[in-house]
Design a protein around this ligand. Structure first.
Ligand code: HEC
Ligand code: HEC
Length: 346
């Protein structure tokens, strides 16, 4: 009898232990599924891959309190109404057209391949070929104010300039070293050996661009927007960037278009157009009239440093104006290489 009850007890104990074990395993699996992050040790590379740029809308939704940064964000995304023709206070109507900074610097300045501002405060001050001197971030912003926005400089120390810098500074925090390069500049196309073909550009425009930017390149304004904010910005004409802007250079515009257009279908790592297509299109949109910047002849005091596709003179070479505008650029690049030992990328 005693032996028998010992046996029963032992069996009961074993049974209990098995059940406990099963329970522990079950709970363990459940816990693992709920918090897998606690069990997997991520490699540094994975963490770097996962990093995404700061998102101000998200920050505001979570109760972000920095008014200066928020104002900077409004200025760059709603430029026409905040510091352009639609601004309430005439004293701060600095921008001359209805573009927003972020029509070219996409996703509020955070999109790789669109000269993003992620990490920008680290990249300045920087030597500027256009002024042949060391330039600050303020100078660079004013470069876009006077040209891309066809307007006036923001005074240094103004509330507007300080806010834009604060926003860019905020975007430039905590970027993993390995991710910095992808947020810099535009991707570069391989520049074709031949000149832009405007007929090819026109035909491509009908297929890839006209549905948003319109038959006459004038874009489409957002309905119900008081100051005239664009849903699809204009590519030429009176309300576009002026002839002194970087986008008016065929090589720069090709790079931008390749990495970003057609909008929603192209990205830096997944472009839609070929290099040649982007090139013909860049020439085509820049073949129409646009506002004229004054004193352009004073740009690039050292003329050797002028990008080969700068469409306005004077130049330190004898190539015709048309070739500076539409290419072929290789002979011009070869000339600077042989004569001055300069390797020009644009
Ligand atoms: C029409 C398009 C366009 C608009 C609008 C525009 N930019 Fe730019 N921006 C450019 C181009 C093109 C470059 C030069 C890229 C290059 O040289 O390769 C540039 C460069 C810059 C840079 C330097 C980027 C770098 O990595 O060195 C800053 C900063 C900048 N823009 C700020 C602004 C601000 C602020 C506004 C609005 C006030 C603005 N931009 C509006 C096209 C534009
Ligand atoms: C689906 C609509 C759409 C299509 C198609 C499209 N774009 Fe755009 N484009 C946009 C939008 C929207 C912006 C402004 C982006 C922003 O504000 O986020 C823009 C901006 C631009 C800009 C810079 C801003 C300016 O006004 O100068 C250029 C240049 C441009 N597009 C050229 C082209 C070209 C060339 C094509 C054809 C390959 C094209 N786009 C096709 C919607 C489009």
């Amino acid at each position: 009898m005693d032996k028998f009850s010992t046996l029963v007890k032992s069996i009961a104990n074993i049974f209990g232990a098995v059940i406990t074990l099963v329970l522990v395993i079950f709970l363990g699996v459940l816990f693992y599924q709920t918090y897998p992050g606690l069990f997997i040790k991520k490699s540094v590379a994975e963490k770097v891959q996962e990093w995404t740029p700061r998102d101000i809308d998200l920050a505001i939704a979570e109760g972000f309190g920095d008014k200066k940064v928020e104002y900077g964000y409004q200025l760059v995304t709603d430029s026409p109404n905040q510091m352009g023709p639609g601004a309430e206070d005439p004293k701060i109507r600095y921008a001359g057209n209805h573009l927003a900074c972020t029509n070219c610097h996409l996703d509020a300045g955070t999109r790789p391949g669109s000269a993003s501002w992620v990490g920008i405060t680290e990249r300045f001050p920087q030597f500027s070929n256009r002024s042949n001197s060391e330039g600050t971030l303020e100078d660079r912003i004013n470069g876009c104010m006077e040209r891309s926005m066809d307007g006036e400089m923001l005074p240094k120390g103004s509330r507007e300039m300080e806010a834009i810098i604060a926003y860019m500074d905020w975007l430039s925090q905590d970027i993993p070293e390995d991710r910095k390069a992808e947020f810099k500049g535009f991707p570069s196309i391989k520049i074709p050996d031949f000149a832009v073909d405007l007929e090819k550009g026109a035909a491509l425009y009908q297929v890839e661009c006209v549905r948003c930017h319109g038959e006459t390149g004038q874009g489409i304004k957002k309905t119900g927007s008081a100051g005239g904010f664009y849903l699809y910005p204009p590519l030429w004409g009176e309300d576009s960037y002026n002839d002194g802007a970087g986008m008016h250079r065929v090589i720069t515009a090709s790079n931008f278009i390749k990495g970003n257009m057609p909008f929603g279908e192209a990205s830096r790592d997944n472009p839609k157009l070929t290099d040649e297509e982007a090139y013909h299109l860049a020439g085509y949109i820049n073949s129409f009239s646009r506002p004229e910047k004054e004193n352009k002849e004073k740009d690039f005091p050292d003329l050797k440093l002028k990008p080969v596709s700068t469409p306005y003179g004077p130049w330190a070479d004898d190539f015709p104006a048309d070739q500076h505008k539409y290419g072929p650029f290789q002979p011009i690049k070869d000339f600077y290489k042989e004569r001055y030992g300069l390797n020009k990328s644009q």
